[in-house]
Design a protein around this ligand. Structure first.
Ligand code: ADP
Length: 413
């Protein structure tokens, strides 16, 4: 079984090829990235266990990017396939499924129509995802294709956590509600931490801190997302690289009034000028800010401390929501690499049973790892984000569900 995953963003296309072994485990054979779509300096980078190849591309669109990806996969010297028809299923990352999708689905024209209706909810991401799907269907017309939605994992969030305390019509008639993001990453991280710890998902209360450029904290109660820090849009919750996170809504009104800001300007302020960048005044990049904070820059230090403080509050709140916590996961670029943020985030949470082993936390973590001491009531782990593997897993599951059982004649008796 071979699965290709495709993640079409607004300016890049990522792809990965997985093969399923006899135990059902998916192993990555190759991955690639086409960057700077549509630009003169666009390039493709293709990586296998043995080789890394790069090549320049001239202003590729999604179709040209996918054609280039296919060329690498069937390359006579570096490719992992003889023919592209060997791929059994293609899994696409789909950012926003709105209320229309509660899980991954086999793509057909009806699914595409419903995805088009969700464009307003993710105007940058969904059109890119859709274009990737259209081009991939045309390039691989005989291969089943599956859409894996980031929002689907959070469809289990109960009403009391999903509805905002606005007049109810806004929920009922206009669909203003918590959707959540990073669902595919949370789904993967919660499965992976259980695998690492040898525990059952169905018996575990897990908090996932997905800390990348976008940030979310999610409460996963026995396999179900029950609350998450991102909501209707991806600007709330924990402060992020350039996004403000939770804010007294009155602050926005006051700033708009005082500075006579248009909606577009206010949008730009909250999404692109706030968060780590806004507080530090120098960068949206946690690695840079950490370095400057250690060199004595007070606003960078404040930005790191605020970031960790948001995390502490969300972890505490979600432990309360689930009536306790069994496992805490850090994932994403900051979660995987910043021992300082991890330790700052949990250093007041020992009362919840959350402890970190200093040496384990500071070790160079090349693989998924447990960083709590062996006697810690709560297991704390660092899990490498791997949305691609989750997309491949979901796609294979959908494909297998479609398979006609052996001995089935297709004739009702
Ligand atoms: P994205 O959400 O775009 O996928 P990533 O998951 O790659 O982003 O995370 C990017 C963030 O991770 C950046 O803020 C970056 O500075 C941070 N990061 C990466 N390595 C480190 C490190 N060693 N220490 C602190 N932050 C790091």
């Amino acid at each position: 079984m071979l699965a290709l995953t495709i993640n079409c963003g607004s300016s890049s296309v990522k792809y990965s090829l997985f093969s399923q072994d006899e135990n059902g485990e998916l192993n990555m054979l190759a991955r690639g990235l086409v960057s700077e779509l549509g630009k003169e300096n666009s390039a493709i980078k293709y990586v296998t266990d043995k080789n890394t190849i790069t090549a320049a591309l001239d202003r590729p669109g999604y179709r040209e990017a996918l054609e280039a990806a296919i060329t690498t996969l069937v390359h006579p010297q570096f490719g992992k396939l003889k023919d592209i028809g060997e791929i059994n299923v293609v899994g696409h990352r789909a950012v926003h499924g709105g209320d229309k999708f509660t899980g991954s689905v086999l793509i057909d024209d009806e699914v595409i129509g419903k995805m088009e209706q969700c464009i307003d909810l993710a105007p940058i991401h969904n059109p890119a995802n859709l274009e990737g799907i259209r081009q991939a269907r045309s390039l691989l017309p005989h291969t089943p294709q599956v859409a894996v939605f980031d929002t689907a994992f959070h469809q289990s969030i109960p009403m009391h956590a999903r509805v905002y305390a606005l007049p109810y019509e806004y929920y009922e008639q206009y669909g203003i509600r918590k959707f959540g993001f990073h669902g595919t990453s949370c789904n993967y991280a919660s499965q992976q931490v259980c695998h690492l710890a040898g525990r059952a998902l169905a018996e575990s209360r897990i908090i996932i801190c997905h800390l990348g450029n976008g940030v979310s904290v999610t409460a996963v109660d026995r396999g179900q997302s029950v609350d998450t820090s991102l909501g209707y849009t991806s600007v709330g919750g924990v402060m992020m690289g350039t996004r403000c996170g939770d804010l007294d809504p009155g602050v926005l009104l006051a700033i708009m009034k005082e500075f006579n800001l248009s909606v577009k300007e206010a949008d730009n302020l909250l999404h692109h000028q706030s968060g780590l960048l806004g507080v530090s005044g120098v960068s949206n990049d946690m690695q840079t800010i950490t370095q400057l904070a250690l060199e004595g820059n007070p606003r960078c230090r404040l930005a790191v401390e605020m970031f960790a403080y948001y995390l502490t509050k969300y972890i505490g709140a979600y432990a309360a929501v689930m009536g306790g916590i069994d496992m805490l996961v850090f994932t994403g670029g900051i979660g995987e690499n910043s021992a300082w943020v991890r330790s700052l985030a949990v250093n007041k949470l020992e009362f919840l049973g959350i402890k970190i082993d200093a040496q384990r936390n500071l070790a160079d973590l090349a693989e998924d790892a447990i960083i709590s001491p062996d006697d810690s009531p709560v297991l704390v782990a660092v899990i490498k984000a791997n949305e691609e593997k989750m997309i491949a897993r979901e796609s294979v599951t959908i494909l297998e569900a479609l398979r006609v059982p052996a001995g089935f004649s297709g004739v009702a008796c």
